[in-house]
Design a protein. Sequence first.
Lengths: 68, 536
Amino acid sequence: MGLDIRLPIGIIFTIYGVMLIIYSLVADPAIFVSSLGVNIDLWWGVAMLVFGMIMGILAFRASHRGGT
Amino acid sequence: MHLHFVDYLIIAIYFLFVLGIGFALRGRMKTSDDFFLSGRSIPGWITGLAFMSANLGALEVMGHAANAAKYGMFVNHFYWLAAMPAMCFVGVFMMPFYYGSKVRSVPEYLRKRYDEKTRTLNALCFAVMTLLVSGIDLYAMAILFQRLLHWPFGASVVASAAVVAIYIYLGGLTSSIYNEVLQFFLIVFGFLPLAILGLKAVGGFAGLKAKLPNAGYAHTWANIWHASQNPMGINWFGTIFGLGFVLSFGYWCTDFLVVQRGLAAKDMPAAQRTPLIAAVPKMFFPLMVVLPGLVAIALDPSLTKYLNGRYDNALPAMLGKFYPSGLLGIGLTALMASFMSGMAGNVTAFNTVWTFDIYQTHVNPGKPDTHYLKMGRLATVFGVAVGIATAFIVLRFNNLMDYLQLLFAFFNAPLFGTFLLGMFWKRTTAHSGFWGLLCGILAAATHYSLYRYHAIVYPTDMAANFYQAIYAFSVCVVVTLVVTLFTEPRKEDELVGLVYSLTPKPRNQDLPWYERPGILAIGILALCAVLNIIFW
């Protein structure tokens, strides 16, 4: 249908990943008491960023091959 | 729950993307087939995830977490006993008829197999049911808005409804399906950390078991043999036949909300794979829904610490307890994504059934295609408006899951009887379908009145729903059989492509093994059996 859904998914997860990583580094570490002392924003930000990049790369490769 | 700027920003970006997908697809909606069926052009993995996501409404997520807190692991039956076999069945055996007969909706199949009156009865019931269900998602979303942004309930309902209305109005089913795929990934990424943090907090699975208020909470099957032994008050017969067979097959095999996703697939193998691809994440969903519910009850057995006296709060309360700012924004986005995908699924199914099966058939036939495209957009707005009204009805109910299963027991349970006989017995006659369906619905209504006025007593509302489904289905099957014996069967050549024994089987020999529906289904059921044994 023209639009490759992997592209918007890749973009939004990349944005969210970067946002979480930055926030995890600047935020007051006291907020991570609720997540049992784990800096979950950092770890989950990295996970979301990796997923977003994979989706983005898949979409990019598909658009350059001319297929879906 | 304390939100920071970053959380609001995450939620705002989500809304931007959801609307953006609608705008990006706006120009592609040229014919009614584009709008209602996505031009039958979408790959299987996308329709599969959309199939899964359309089912992931508010009740699925918040309702089952609440049920897990209330009834324990018994809730796994909704996934491993109910959904898995039914999803495999619809993919392997029923999708060939839906997709192969080129129908545009489930009621349209009934017209081809039975007659016009059967179709109209089903279309009307379905339209009413869908709108009643869409109100639930809207209600849940509005409650969330109310808590987060402190908007009044009415304004919250209208705002959340408007977003869904806009993206469907612009991009039709394609927009709904694409958003459902995005929403699916957001739901997974939003809820998965909850399972990890929750398990860590209670000391792993062993720690969770020790902290549950009742040892039976940690078992799926062990307490099923007597109604008095399990918290839901249903024995093995009610569970296996009522939930595992009638309600689940009725929902997954005949509810147009999910079937429509398969119809949008690009070819027959993709259509058949749609429910099978959906079954894989569905199988593991208890991890993200049931587990947080169990953690909630383990940490707060008296419901006073986090749950505020209501099981329905289990999931949002756990999000608030474990998620720091940042991840909290992601978790709340996941909740909103689930409400929106559930609501959008209902709205797209409604506008299709309304436009094709009611409007085009009875109100205004024979118009050019663009007229029906316009009507579909109008029906989207109308459907959402009625959804807003039903959100206020839902506000008066206190237990959402019972409300939903009640609707299913009314409409889906007898319909499954009509389908089963129609698809697998060529003798079934045109009149019998109508009378069977009608009597099934009346049987459900009778049973419901008797239960409401305490002429029949069940330990829980859920037990009443399961038995209501069994009665409605049985009455439908018996009436259909009896009427069939006294009426003229249809000519066999009219039923090719509609009845199992008269339809050539889809040829899958040239597909690689991992794309063959039968092999996928066997693999899914085997894996599901293993999960049942592990969590026995």
